[in-house]
Design a protein around this ligand. Structure first.
Ligand SMILES: Cc1ncc(COP(=O)(O)O)c(C=O)c1O
Length: 360
């Protein structure tokens, strides 16, 4: 299968490691195993394949994130979960609508599978939220799948519950599936940190989650799909060919983390709020950039006012200051850069970005 270059990942592989200040990251200060209350006898555990579709303990812990009972399969991160969903549902010629900006998997894999993919662009003037009338026109009875990412990477927007219900009405009318990539669910800055999951309000809603963002354990490589029986059966069928099972050790630590999720959530919301405060204060002194402040997630899209393309902007910024940002072009959003506000040294990094903007 030929597939487009994954632009974000290519960029980060090239620039992230050498950055003095990494503002490309979407993670919230990853945890170490020693910070988790694990049982010491875990090291006596025989490393067999474990339960093939995920341990009972982990599935039980994942189920607590939802208000309705779901079928669940455990995957190699959310990246593995998304891919399994596409492989399970899509065939050449199927029509897919993908709301962008988003994680590139959500359009490049369907395109590589030979689907007709329509990109629906969120607009800054709508606070990076979909316009329901426009969406209603784009989604038609021959659409098979709508892909969204809620909370959204990179914009930090969160679809309000009332709007999500309207999206479900459009989906129901056209009898389509909705894949909601919910890796940032649990990171809303206002109100309940958890937005409503699509799987809890729509029978054909597919929720993808993972340990990487909300729970600060990206190195565990544990994700999941929560959906109806038919979808999970098909995903498990596909999964035999690329997963067998997920590391039993990773699953164990993921279960322990989810069983203690309240502590991790409080820690992370604190880091997020500090990050947003620093960002908000910095923005006040920056005439050359603007952004919609985030409602959730760990990133914002900054619009900048200089004569540089976003790739040149980020390259020159990193050369001159050591600060890494992600070019909007890698997310089909030229004229913007993505800024992760939960990384370390945000304040000195933004100071450097400010100096750079003043001199260009
Ligand atoms: C929206 C989104 N989905 C999926 C992923 C992949 O996550 P994971 O580390 O769980 O594979 C990312 C990683 O940045 C992401 O931002």
């Amino acid at each position: 299968m030929k597939i487009a270059e994954f632009k974000i990942e290519e960029w980060m592989n090239k620039y992230e490691a050498s950055a003095l200040y990494d503002l490309t990251t979407t993670c919230i200060s990853p945890l170490s195993l020693s910070e988790l209350p694990y049982e010491k006898n875990i090291f006596n555990k025989k490393l067999d394949y474990g339960d093939i579709t995920g341990s009972k303990r982990l599935k039980k812990a994942i189920q607590t994130l939802y208000s309705k009972k779901h079928f669940i399969t455990v995957t190699h991160g959310a990246i593995g979960a998304n891919q399994l969903v596409f492989l399970s549902l899509l065939e050449r010629g199927d029509k897919v609508v993908s709301i962008v900006p988003t994680y590139q998997q959500h359009y490049s894999i369907p395109q590589a599978l030979g689907c007709k993919v329509k990109l629906y662009f969120l607009k800054e003037e709508n606070n990076w939220l979909p316009d329901l009338e426009e969406l209603d026109k784009i989604i038609t009875p021959d659409t098979k799948l709508l892909c969204l990412n809620n909370p959204n990477n990179p914009t930090g927007s969160v679809i309000p519950d009332s709007m999500l219900k309207e999206i479900v009405k459009i989906a129901e009318k056209n009898n389509i599936w909705i894949l909601s990539d919910e890796v940032y669910r649990g990171l809303n800055l206002k109100g309940n940190p958890y937005s409503t999951s699509i799987a809890d309000i729509y029978e054909r809603g597919i929720s993808v989650g993972s340990m990487s963002k909300t729970y600060s354990l990206p190195g565990l490589r544990v994700g999941w799909i929560a959906a109806n029986k038919a979808l999970i059966n098909e995903a498990n069928h596909q999964r035999q060919y690329n997963t067998i099972s997920v590391s039993t050790l990773d699953e164990y630590f993921a279960a322990v983390a989810l069983e203690n999720k309240n502590i991790i959530e409080q820690r992370n919301l604190k880091i997020m709020k500090e990050g947003v405060n620093i960002l908000t204060n910095w923005m006040k002194s920056q005439p050359k950039v603007s952004c919609i402040l985030p409602s959730g997630g760990t990133t914002v899209l900054l619009k900048y006012n200089t004569n540089m393309l976003s790739r040149d902007f980020c390259k020159t910024l990193q050369q001159e200051t050591g600060v890494a940002l992600l070019p909007g072009e890698t997310m089909e959003m030229e004229g913007y850069v993505r800024l992760g506000f939960c990384g370390k040294d945000l304040k000195p990094a933004l100071k450097k970005v400010g100096e750079f903007l003043n001199s260009h």
